[in-house]
Design a protein around this ligand. Structure first.
Ligand code: HEC
Ligand code: HEC
Ligand code: HEC
Ligand code: HEC
Ligand code: HEC
Ligand code: HEC
Length: 448
C-alpha cells in the first residue's frame, strides 16, 4: 500500500502526486489535469515510457517546486525534510537578519529608502540580477551546474549563470513550440525585452495569482511602453477582442512537455497565423539561455545531457557536437578535468573500449563524479571484467553511498566473482531502505 504524501502543482494546470519511502521520494504515475478535468498518466510517463513507481524526485525538481528542502547528500532522492511549498525566502533570501533588526525596532520607510536587511527583487542592482530570481525556476532546460554548485546553491541576489548554465534547443521556422516552465526564455526572445529594460515585474506581482489579476493590468503594461509604436491591426478588428493586447500577442498554447495544459506564450510578437504554425521546425543548436559566454566544457556537458535525457538517443550528431566542445576545452583543461564528459561521451556511444582506455589514465580514487565511476564500472561489466567493474562501482558507491542502483551493481559485481560475503550486507542495506517493496531490485536478488 502506498500513500500519496505530497501534491505538486498549483492546481491551476495539474496536480501531480509524490510518495515517500524511508525519506526517498518518488512520483506516482498519475496526474490530474485540472484545465480539462481528467486523470491521465503523469507528464513523461506516456508514449511507452511508463516508469511506473520508479521515477525519482531529486534535488533538481524539488529546488524549483518548494522551499529549501533538507536533501541528503550522497543520495539521489532522499530528503530529511520536505517543506510544503515555495516560501518567501526563495525570492527574498534569508530572513533572519531582517527579523532580528525589525524586532530590535529598526524602521525603514521603503517608499523612499531601500531596506538592505532583506532582498527586494525589484531593487536588485540590474536586470540580470532581477531576472535571475525568476529564471531560477521559470527557465527550465538542460541545467549544467558550475563547479562545486548544487541545485540549492542559488540565492536571490546572485546571478543564475554563476550557479548553472541552462541550455534549450533552438529550432528554425516560427518557433511556436515550447515547454511549460519556459516563460523566462520565451520572454527574452521578444523585441519588447531586447529593446527595453523589461522584467517579469512589468506585468506580474508574484504575490497575487494571475487568476486574480485583471487582464487590464497586463494591457496597461503594454500600453505604457507602446505609446509610440502602437498596434498596426485596424482598431475595428482589435475591438472585436476587447482590444485585449495579451490575448492576441501572448496566446495560450499547449506545452510540449506537459500534456493537456495550455500556458501563455511569453514570446511577444505579431501573431503567427494558424497555417504558419505547423511549419516543420528543425533543430539548429543548443542555446544557452542564462549565459552569453558559456565555457566549452559546459557546452559539451549540455549536449551530452540533452542527448541522454531528451532525444532517446536518436540524434548521434549531438554527440559529435559534444566531442567538438571537449576537443575545444583541451587547450585549458587537464585530463582529470575532462574525464567526466569524455567518459560520458564514449559511454553514450556504447564504445566501452574507449571508456576503459580513458579511465586507465586516471587513478580510480581521483574520480570525483559518482556517475563517471559508475559508467566506467558499467563499461568493464559489459566487457565481462567483474573485478575491475567492482573497483569502479565501489568508487561510485563511495561518492554516492545512498544510490540504490550503484549499490546493486556493486553487489552484482561481487556475486559474479562468488564473493557473496561482500555482496550480502550491501543487498541487505538496499532491501532495508526499500522494505515496502522489492521493485527496485532485480528479481535475482530475491532468490539469493
Ligand atoms: C527549473 C525549474 C523546474 C524544474 C527543474 C522542474 N520544474 Fe516543474 N515546473 C516549474 C515551473 C516554474 C512550473 C510552472 C510553469 C507554469 O505555471 O507555466 C512547473 C510546472 C510543473 C507541473 C505542473 C504544475 C501545475 O502548475 O499544474 C508539474 C506537475 C511539474 N512541474 C513537475 C515537475 C517534476 C516532477 C519535476 C522533476 C522531474 C520538475 N517539475 C522539474 C519549474 C521546474
Ligand atoms: C515568487 C517570488 C516571491 C515570493 C515567493 C514572495 N515575494 Fe515578496 N516580493 C517579490 C517581488 C518581486 C517583490 C517586488 C514587487 C514589486 O515591487 O512590484 C516583492 C515585494 C515584497 C514586499 C514589499 C517590499 C517593499 O520594500 O515594499 C514585501 C513586504 C514582501 N514582498 C513580502 C513577502 C512575504 C512575507 C512573502 C512570503 C509570504 C513573500 N514576499 C513572498 C517576490 C516574491
Ligand atoms: C517595457 C516596455 C514594453 C512592454 C511592457 C511591452 N513592450 Fe512590446 N515592445 C517594446 C519595444 C521597445 C519594442 C520594439 C519596438 C521597435 O522595434 O521599434 C516592442 C515590440 C513589440 C512588438 C513587435 C515585435 C516584433 O517582433 O516586431 C509587438 C507585437 C509588441 N511589442 C507587443 C506588445 C504587447 C502586446 C505587450 C503587452 C502584453 C507589450 N508589447 C509590452 C516595449 C515593450
Ligand atoms: C508583458 C507582460 C508580461 C510579462 C513581462 C511577463 N508575463 Fe507572465 N503572463 C502574462 C500574461 C498576460 C499571462 C496570462 C494571464 C492569464 O492567465 O490571463 C501570464 C501568465 C504567466 C504564468 C502562468 C502560466 C501561463 O503561462 O499562463 C506564469 C508562470 C508567468 N506568466 C510567468 C512569468 C515570468 C516568470 C515572467 C518573467 C520571465 C513573466 N511571466 C513575464 C504577461 C506577462
Ligand atoms: C522557487 C522557484 C520559483 C521562483 C524563484 C519563482 N517562481 Fe514563479 N512559480 C514557480 C512554480 C513551481 C510555479 C507553478 C505553481 C505550481 O504549480 O506549483 C510558479 C508560478 C508562477 C506564476 C503563475 C501562478 C499564479 O497563480 O499566478 C507566476 C505569474 C509566477 N510564478 C511568476 C514568478 C515571478 C515573476 C518570479 C520572480 C520574481 C517567480 N515566479 C519566481 C516557481 C518559482
Ligand atoms: C485582435 C488581436 C489583436 C489585439 C487585440 C491587439 N493586437 Fe497588436 N497586432 C495584431 C496583429 C494581427 C498584428 C500584425 C498586423 C500587421 O500585419 O501589421 C499586430 C501588430 C502589433 C504591433 C506591431 C506593430 C508594427 O508596426 O510592427 C504592436 C506593437 C502591437 N500589435 C501592439 C498591440 C498592443 C499594445 C495592443 C493592445 C493595446 C494590441 N496590439 C492589441 C493583433 C492584435
Amino acid at each position: 500500500m502506498q500513500y500519496i504524501r505530497y501534491i505538486v502543482g498549483s492546481g491551476q494546470h495539474t496536480n501531480s502526486h509524490l510518495y515517500e519511502e524511508n525519506g526517498y521520494i518518488y512520483q506516482a504515475p498519475i496526474t490530474f489535469y485540472t484545465q480539462k478535468g481528467i486523470w491521465d498518466l503523469a507528464p513523461g510517463f506516456g508514449g511507452g515510457h511508463n516508469s511506473r513507481f520508479n521515477r525519482i524526485i531529486g534535488q533538481e525538481c524539488m529546488a524549483c517546486h518548494n522551499a529549501r528542502s533538507a536533501f541528503v547528500d550522497g543520495s539521489e532522492n532522499q530528503f530529511l525534510n520536505v517543506p510544503h511549498g515555495i516560501d518567501c525566502e526563495r525570492c527574498h533570501g534569508a530572513g533572519g537578519e531582517h527579523v532580528r533588526r525589525k524586532l530590535a525596532g529598526e524602521v525603514i520607510d521603503t517608499s523612499s529608502q531601500t531596506d538592505f536587511s532583506i532582498v527586494n527583487p525589484r531593487n536588485l542592482p540590474s536586470r540580470d540580477y532581477q531576472m535571475s530570481v525568476c529564471q531560477r525556476c521559470h527557465l527550465q532546460g538542460i541545467a549544467v551546474l558550475q563547479n562545486n554548485k548544487t541545485f540549492d546553491s542559488f540565492k536571490p541576489g546572485m546571478l543564475l549563470r554563476n550557479v548553472m548554465d541552462v541550455y534549450l534547443p533552438e529550432y528554425d521556422g516560427n518557433q511556436t513550440q515550447f515547454i511549460m516552465a519556459s516563460q523566462a526564455h520565451r520572454l527574452t526572445k521578444s523585441q519588447c525585452y531586447i529593446k527595453s529594460e523589461m522584467t517579469c515585474l512589468n506585468c506580474h506581482n508574484p504575490h497575487i495569482s494571475v487568476k486574480y489579476t485583471p487582464k487590464q493590468q497586463f494591457n496597461n503594461a503594454c500600453i505604457k511602453c507602446h505609446q509610440q509604436k502602437t498596434c498596426s491591426l485596424p482598431e475595428a478588428k482589435r475591438k472585436a477582442n476587447n482590444n485585449d493586447c495579451s490575448t492576441c500577442h501572448m496566446p495560450p498554447s499547449p506545452s510540449i512537455d506537459i500534456p493537456h495544459v495550455t500556458v501563455h506564450d511569453h514570446f511577444i510578437r505579431k501573431p503567427i497565423p494558424e497555417t504558419e504554425k505547423k511549419k516543420i521546425e528543425n533543430f539548429v543548436r543548443l542555446a544557452n539561455a542564462s549565459n552569453p559566454n558559456p565555457s566549452a566544457l559546459s557546452q559539451a556537458k549540455g549536449y551530452l545531457h540533452y542527448f541522454e535525457s531528451y532525444t532517446s538517443g536518436s540524434t548521434p550528431s549531438l554527440l559529435d557536437s559534444a566531442e567538438h566542445y571537449i576537443n575545444k576545452a583541451k587547450s585549458n583543461h587537464n585530463l582529470l578535468q575532462l574525464l567526466d564528459p569524455t567518459v560520458h561521451l564514449y559511454y553514450l556511444r556504447n564504445n566501452y573500449g574507449k571508456v576503459i582506455e580513458t579511465a586507465t589514465k586516471v587513478a580510480t580514487q581521483n574520480i570525483k563524479e559518482a556517475w563517471t565511476a559508475y559508467r566506467i564500472g558499467e563499461a568493464y561489466w559489459q566487457q565481462k571484467n567483474a573485478p575491475k567493474s567492482a573497483e569502479y562501482f565501489a568508487q561510485a558507491v563511495k561518492l554516492m553511498p545512498l544510490n540504490h542502483d550503484f549499490n546493486n551493481k556493486l553487489a552484482m559485481a561481487y556475486i559474479a566473482q562468488n564473493q557473496f560475503k561482500q555482496a550480502q550486507p550491501i543487498l541487505e542495506m538496499v532491501v532495508k531502505k526499500t522494505q515496502n517493496t522489492y521493485r527496485h531490485l532485480p528479481t535475482w536478488v530475491l532468490c539469493t
